[in-house]
Design a protein around this ligand. Structure first.
Ligand SMILES: CC(C)(COP(=O)(O)OP(=O)(O)OC[C@H]1O[C@@H](n2cnc3c(N)ncnc32)[C@H](O)[C@@H]1OP(=O)(O)O)[C@@H](O)C(=O)NCCC(=O)NCCS
Length: 169
């Protein structure tokens, strides 16, 4: 299959935080943000694979900063690495300052999607070639994260997680 670039899958979703989406502190519910990120990430995975995709795992979510009511929230999702049928999608979440228009990073997350055929069976996806420095860093670390995710899901024996073990040796 012809390789693709991370930029080919870039998906940008901008939306407001409405009162029905907030907690008692008037900040965005974590679950609402997870759902928005899942949607953007699934579109990115679909753009990379041009297949039906399903969420296999939410590998990492860092709610570093609360997002107040009325905020303009932008979610940027891009495939950071593809394997045989799975794709790691990296998500950056930004909030826009109303007065200056400047952006501040609020959160980030990493999801894994799997491309499947019409019967739900995993199917091959194109390889990916990172271009920018940040894309190369994310690409390089993705195998380690895949192994960690599989170990935590009980789908890989920790002894076989070579990339992960190399961190500690
Ligand atoms: C995701 C799913 C297709 C994987 O099926 P499976 O029988 O485990 O298939 P495989 O073992 O062949 O794994 C397929 C790929 O997924 C990867 N994978 C499976 N579970 C994973 C996990 N927890 N973390 C990271 N990758 C995972 C495998 O490593 C493999 O990757 P590769 O082909 O790129 O090497 C299957 O579990 C499924 O359909 N789950 C439900 C998905 C869904 O409904 N999501 C929405 C939740 S509401």
């Amino acid at each position: 299959m012809k390789p693709k670039y991370p930029i080919d899958s870039l998906t940008i979703h901008t939306d407001l935080v409405l009162p029905s989406e907030t907690n008692p502190l008037n900040n965005l519910f974590g679950g609402e943000l997870l759902a928005r990120m899942d949607r953007a990430a699934s579109i990115a995975a679909r753009r990379h694979s041009r297949r039906i995709v399903v969420t296999a795992s939410v590998n990492h979510v860092a709610f570093n900063r609360s997002i107040p009511l009325g905020s303009v929230v932008t979610i940027e999702a891009k495939v950071s690495r593809s394997f045989r049928s799975s794709m790691e999608v990296y998500i950056d979440v930004w909030i826009e300052d109303r007065e200056s228009g400047g952006r501040a990073k609020a959160n980030e997350a990493i999801y894994t999607f799997v491309a499947v055929d019409e019967t739900g069976r995993p199917t091959e996806v194109p390889p990916i070639e990172p271009q920018s420095d940040i894309e190369k860093i994310r690409f390089d670390a993705a195998l380690r994260r895949k192994q960690l995710s599989l170990v935590l899901a009980g789908k890989m024996n920790p002894h076989d997680a070579t990339e992960l073990k190399a961190l500690f040796l």
